[in-house]
Design a protein around this ligand. Structure first.
Ligand code: PMP
Length: 360
């Protein structure tokens, strides 16, 4: 099989060694006469996977002891409900930075639980910019301050985060999880759908500061209560075992590459190649996002017209580069370059961009 360069926004390309290793042991796991996904989640084999996956998250981020790592079903979208249900009392208040399509979804769900104050509203600038974090503050009486570290569709990414004092900072880190060094102690809660940098779809990784578990009230049903999952180490119910196993394989690969420092370096190299191709095209390609907040994970760009965009996506596919069509809600093109995208993939795309611009 010839693997092609897959620029999909998620699910997306995963490290070949992780896939290969999973394939090698798929039919029979550790000589047990069955696949890991056929085993009880209470088996010692799965237990080891489960804890190693959580430990990898801890090691990569050098997570302080008073944070818990949870693996939950429902993807990142379930967290849009669980965060307000657990952290905010019904009828309470929270702050949110509205920076694009994904923070909008977090906003809509939170607004069903309490009042959401927009600490920042980027709609006037069509979500192509981000504020100076120092200009933001949490309101008094706010239960938490929510932001989306990387808007996967719009291609804007926070470089630094606001200091919200005693009000916990909550971050949807779905599309830049484990891609850069971050001091996790500035957050009360971080969540991420696994299907970009961390593994397959369906599972969410939640990192929660232990004291916040006290907010989860008894009125919540069992699954929707963080305290349930924290008390049982994400084994209250059958965890998404295959997803957790692939998260372990993916993060083991990342650790072998040199962890978050390596992830950050590779992300810089890939994104510089692509933004460089845009900047060097004499206006043929245009990135609508303000320079100071351009994402190193999702590089969005436009061509002179939609016909050319279609042609670009089709010709790229003919050249073994897939997934370059922008999100259906915004159009244009988007190259998602997560951890597992080799720098060579970004270089190949940048060269193709130069060539396509010259020919068109
Ligand atoms: N937040 C962000 C930033 C995302 O990119 C996505 C998925 N693309 C989600 C939330 C939703 O994730 P899921 O599909 O796992 O629910």
């Amino acid at each position: 099989m010839d693997r092609i360069f897959n620029f999909s926004a998620g699910p997306c390309t995963l490290p070949l060694p992780a896939l290969q290793s999973a394939a090698d042991e798929f039919l029979e796991y550790q000589g047990k006469g069955m696949s890991l996904i056929e085993m009880s989640h209470r088996s010692k084999e799965y237990d080891a996977v489960h804890h190693e996956a959580a430990d990898l998250v801890r090691r990569l981020y050098r997570l302080p002891d008073h944070y818990k790592v949870l693996f939950l079903g429902g993807g990142a979208s379930l967290q849009f409900s669980m965060v307000p249900m657990n952290l905010m009392q019904p009828g309470g208040r929270c702050d949110l930075a509205l920076t694009g399509a994904w923070s909008k979804k977090a906003l809509v769900d939170a607004a069903k639980i309490g009042t959401v104050n927009l600490a920042y509203d980027g709609s006037d600038e069509n979500f192509m910019s981000l504020p100076d974090p120092a200009s933001l503050a949490a309101g008094s009486g706010s239960a938490y301050f929510h932001l989306t570290s990387n808007e996967t569709i719009g291609g804007v990414q926070w470089q630094r985060f606001p200091d919200t004092g005693p009000v916990p900072l909550v971050c949807d880190m779905s599309s830049d999880f484990v891609s850069r060094r971050i001091d996790m102690s500035q957050f009360g809660l971080v969540y991420a759908g696994a299907q970009k940098n961390a593994g397959p779809a369906g599972a969410a990784i939640v990192i929660i500061r232990e004291d916040l578990l006290e907010r989860s009230g008894d009125h919540l049903t069992a699954y929707l209560n963080y305290a349930t999952h924290a008390a049982k180490d994400s084994m209250y119910n059958t965890p998404p075992v295959f997803a957790v196993y692939m998260i372990m394989k993916t993060l083991q690969w990342l650790e072998e590459q040199g962890g978050l420092e390596a992830a950050e370096r590779m992300a810089k190299e890939r994104s510089e190649l692509l933004y460089g191709a845009i900047a060097g095209s004499a206006g043929f390609y245009r990135c609508p996002v303000k320079e100071h907040c351009r994402s190193v994970m999702n590089i969005v760009f436009r061509l002179p017209d939609e016909q050319l965009e279609k042609k670009f996506v089709a010709e790229a596919l003919d050249n073994d580069m897939s997934g370059l069509k922008g999100h259906r809600s915004v159009g244009g093109c988007r190259a998602s370059v997560y951890n597992a995208m080799p720098v060579a993939g970004a270089r190949t795309l940048a060269e193709f961009m130069d060539d396509f611009a010259a020919r068109n």
